[in-house]
Design a protein around this ligand. Sequence first.
Ligand SMILES: Cc1cc2nc3c(=O)[nH]c(=O)nc-3n(C[C@H](O)[C@H](O)[C@H](O)COP(=O)(O)O)c2cc1C
Length: 180
Amino acid sequence: VNVELSHAYRLLNYGPTVLVSTTDGVQANACAVAWVTPVSRTPPRFVLAIDPGHKTYENLVESSECVINLPTVDAIEEVWICGSLSGHDGDKLAAAGVGVIASRRVEAPRLVCAVAWIEAVLVSAPVVDGTPLVLVEAVAAEARAGVLDHQNHVDVARFPTLHHLGGSRFALPGRIVEPA
Ligand SMILES: Cc1cc2nc3c(=O)[nH]c(=O)nc-3n(C[C@H](O)[C@H](O)[C@H](O)COP(=O)(O)O)c2cc1C
């Protein structure tokens, strides 16, 4: 069947939705980002497609830092609130009841509702033909005990990450399979 071009992303958009936390030096903020992908293992780099109108984009470009927080299904309400309100309109984290803890390498805080954190610095934020691509590089990464299994894979059975299907719908990881 035909897929609306504006819905084409929904065919691919299964990576974990993250919360990107930033600060403007006075107030911490976080927004939901589904469009995030690793693009290099060494150096450890990620691209985030973040709308330049978001407070998060402004904070990221001005502070050159962020934390990519990995939430699980337990934090679905926090993800939804952080993806619905804007830090331009006030203290979203307080409104959402999202606690923060200090990061190790960046001023932007980690979110308590996450199970793992990638602290990152901005490499570049080009707007390519109208599309903002925020390239960041990890400077520290930590996960709660048990999140990574003995082979350093996220144990998605115990820590189900949220995979945005579009709208208000998310999928949780199902089975883990491996080729013979
Ligand atoms: C599940 C979900 C995923 C989202 N993914 C993105 C995204 O990848 N890029 C983006 O620019 N906005 C995305 N948004 C929208 C922002 O999170 C939302 O506009 C937010 O209010 C921006 O907050 P800020 O102005 O405080 O930065 C998403 C929203 C939700 C609910």
